[in-house]
Design a protein around this ligand. Structure first.
Ligand code: SAH
Length: 250
């Protein structure tokens, strides 16, 4: 009898893992219509935010990629029904997955190309990294909360996004061993533009970073390093991000 119970438990486990594999191996088809609706919402949002996108809208390659990435697999079970709404959602540990429009905008702003090496600060759920993955050659992402970083790395591996590397660390200091980066995306609000990240930006590279205190208005900033090494910064639009933590951010 006990053996039978053990066998049943084992079978249940095998079936559960088979179901988990099945649910992640066909992500592109799953909830396709909701993703298509999300893309239309993003396009509409981009049209009504002309100062942010210089009236040009979001790059079609970015929208195409976002039409494929299964966002619902990056949010907790209880948030799955809301996964494709154009708003941020809680992912645990007091953190959030960014609103789809903001993910599209930040990805668009760094002009990521097929040969590019991109750095993300704030892996969170891993969704932004998953969107960058097919557009870039290599994506490096740093998360300060170990549980979130480990979970995101496992999720990205399950989806076979093998060009993404995640590490648990304070992203304020960047990832010097892999610098310079053609694009840098900071997904937590800093009190100032982190100088180590500016240093690690390649010539001709672009960084997007929300700047401002947690209780003050934050602005999304676009930082460009020209070919002569000079830096330009442009304040784009007001945003609301969780704060960048860690030693350097203070
Ligand atoms: N890009 C994420 C959203 C991230 S929310 C996504 O697509 O889901 C911001 C994340 O930044 C949080 O997970 C937070 O823990 C992380 N974070 C905050 N300060 C950090 C730091 N100094 N270094 C690395 N990650 C940091």
């Amino acid at each position: 009898m006990r053996r039978l119970a053990q066998f049943q438990t084992l079978l249940a486990l095998v079936l559960a893992s088979a179901a988990a594999v099945a649910s992640t191996s066909a992500p592109a088809q799953d909830r396709f219509a909701e993703r298509a609706a999300m893309i239309e919402t993003i396009k509409g949002h981009a049209r009504s935010a002309p100062s942010a996108v210089e009236g040009q809208g979001i790059d079609p390659a970015v929208l195409k990629t976002m039409g494929k990435v299964p966002r619902h697999l990056f949010v907790p079970e209880e948030q799955r029904s809301a996964a494709y709404r154009d708003r941020p959602l809680p992912i645990g540990y007091g953190q959030t997955i960014s609103q789809p429009f903001i993910v599209a905008l930040m990805t668009d702003l760094i002009n990521v190309g097929p040969g590019d090496s991109v750095l993300e600060i704030g892996t969170g759920s891993g969704y932004q990294a998953a969107v960058l993955s097919p557009l870039a050659a290599k994506v490096y992402s740093i998360e300060i909360i170990p549980e979130l970083g480990e979970r995101a790395a496992a999720r990205l591996a399950e989806l076979r996004l093998n060009n993404v590397e995640v590490k648990v660390d304070d992203g304020y200091y960047g990832w010097p061993t892999h610098a310079p980066f053609d694009g840098i995306v900071v997904t937590a609000a800093a009190s100032h533009i982190p100088p180590p990240l500016v240093d690690q930006l390649a010539k001709g590279g672009r960084m997007v970073v929300p700047v401002g205190g947690p209780f003050a208005t934050q602005f999304l900033m676009l930082v460009e390093k020209r070919m002569d090494g000079s830096i330009t910064t442009l304040q784009l639009l007001p945003v609301s991000f969780v704060p960048l933590r860690g030693g350097g951010a203070r």
